[in-house]
Write a protein that binds this ligand. Structure first.
Ligand code: PLP
Length: 430
């Protein structure tokens, strides 16, 4: 391996050759050069416990040998053909997905990212319904393309001053700062009920679909209460509107179920996936029921979508998740981490709220008056990094600590993380 060029040189090249919207974490960043399961290593050889998994991607760990072997085998046999030629990997992957996704979802279209998956899902919903408007949730994030950004309810990510029209936003289920000024369960899911008001007052009635993440990741680990998606689906069905569930960040075991929507026992009409599907290789998909999927008959292909190498990686990933029971592991270890975070919340009032499911957890950091404290979050992230722990941050105010480690993390790793987090919270609280 070549000698690493060093942090300063990476920063210079980044400044000179990457478009500046490509941002990075940390005031004093490191250069990562190697990964091994739940660990990352910098150019100095320092080890970090990865508690963010490349933003919920590396569910099976970095350079997992079972997945790497499958990639190497495929890349040295048949690298690319495009779907105009028949190959076996892509159909095997589609079949495997059909076996694990909820409800009647069955047919897949493969692409290379979450943004593309959402674009495709929107297109399919319009083809099926013959309608062209969409509803989205405040604080949701659905991608960096023009439509993805327009469906995104976070100003921070909405750089486009001329977004796609026909998109209306409904309040999200942010119980800690309820947009309806109510409390669960007395609220009777007022935020979900509000979707009906949005359909009636903010749209022309020609709504094809509603987009929703089961747990809003970038939005700050917003976790709707039980019954939320059931109510939403009831309302949508009344108006002939499809439910598109964006599982790009929540899918493949992350939340302690194979897909997070299973926590809400609700059947989506279309589901979008990416990130953890390829465990670090670029593969995404939208998956629909046959009735919906079969209306998309005009020729369509994504040149690189579901190519043999990424399909082989995805098949090996799904196999690894099942064989190693990573879904149950996420649930068990998630409970351990959540219990630890809740204990810290009792001791340190800077933690205003702890939320999430499985190994997709957030801790909202606040001042004494409950106002967001993003500077404290930056301090905590930097300190933890210096101590060898990489965690994330998200939320509209960037004041939510995000915990989304590879699902292969251990009980001992979580104990170490909590111990280190506590020592950092002590200093930030003083
Ligand atoms: N949807 C969700 C919920 C996401 O979290 C993201 C990215 O963070 C996307 C879509 C966009 O995915 P990608 O970056 O692969 O285009």
């Amino acid at each position: 391996m070549n000698k690493p060029i060093g942090v300063q040189e990476v920063l210079r090249k980044k400044r000179d050759y990457l478009i500046p919207c490509v941002y990075h974490f940390y005031e004093n960043p490191m250069q990562l050069v190697r990964g091994q399961m739940q660990y990352l290593f910098d150019e100095q050889g320092k080890q970090y416990l990865d508690c963010f998994a490349g933003v919920s991607v590396m569910n099976c760990g970095h350079c997992n040998p079972a997945i790497t072997d499958a990639i190497v085998k495929q890349v040295t046999t048949l690298q690319h053909t495009c779907t105009i030629y028949l190959t076996e990997t892509i159909v095997n992957l589609a079949e495997k997905l059909a076996q694990i996704v909820p409800g009647r979802l069955q047919k897949s279209f493969f692409c290379a990212s979450g943004s593309e998956a959402n674009e495709g899902a929107a297109l399919l919903a319009s083809i099926y319904t013959g309608k062209h408007e969409f509803i989205s949730l405040r604080q949701g994030l659905h991608g960096r393309t023009k439509l993805g950004m327009s469906l995104t309810g976070l100003s921070l990510w909405r750089t486009d001053t001329a977004p796609v029209g026909g998109i209306s936003f409904a309040p999200n289920a942010y119980c800690y700062r309820c947009p309806m000024n109510k409390c669960y369960p007395e609220c009777d899911l007022a935020c979900a009920n509000e979707v009906e008001a949005v359909v009636k007052t903010a749209t022309s009635g020609q709504v094809a679909a509603m987009f929703a993440e089961p747990i809003q990741g970038n939005g700050g680990m917003i976790t709707p209460p039980p019954g939320y998606f059931k109510r939403i689906k009831e309302i949508l069905q009344q108006y002939g509107i499809l439910l598109i569930v964006d599982e790009v960040q929540t899918g493949f075991g992350r939340t302690g179920k194979m897909f997070a929507i299973e926590h809400y026992a609700t059947e989506p009409d279309i589901m979008t996936v990416a990130k953890a599907l390829g465990n670090g290789t670029p593969v995404g998909a939208f998956i629909a029921t046959p009735a919906i999927a079969d209306t998309y008959t005009r020729p369509g292909a994504s040149t690189l979508g579901g190519n043999p190498v990424t399909s082989a990686a995805a098949l090996a990933t799904l196999d690894y998740i099942t064989t190693n029971k990573l879904v149950t592991r996420a649930e068990t270890l998630g409970n351990q981490l959540k219990a630890g975070l809740l204990e810290l919340q009792e001791k340190y009032p800077v933690i205003g709220d702890v939320r999430g499911l499985g190994l997709m957890l957030g801790a909202e950091i606040v001042h004494a008056d409950k106002s967001p404290a993003p500077q404290k979050v930056d301090y905590i992230l930097e300190k933890l990094k210096d101590n060898g722990f990489l965690i994330g941050k998200n939320g509209p105010n960037r004041n939510v600590l995000a915990f989304q480690p590879p699902l292969v993390i251990t009980r001992e790793n979580i104990d170490d993380l909590l111990t280190n987090l506590e020592s950092t919270l002590k200093t930030v609280s003083n």
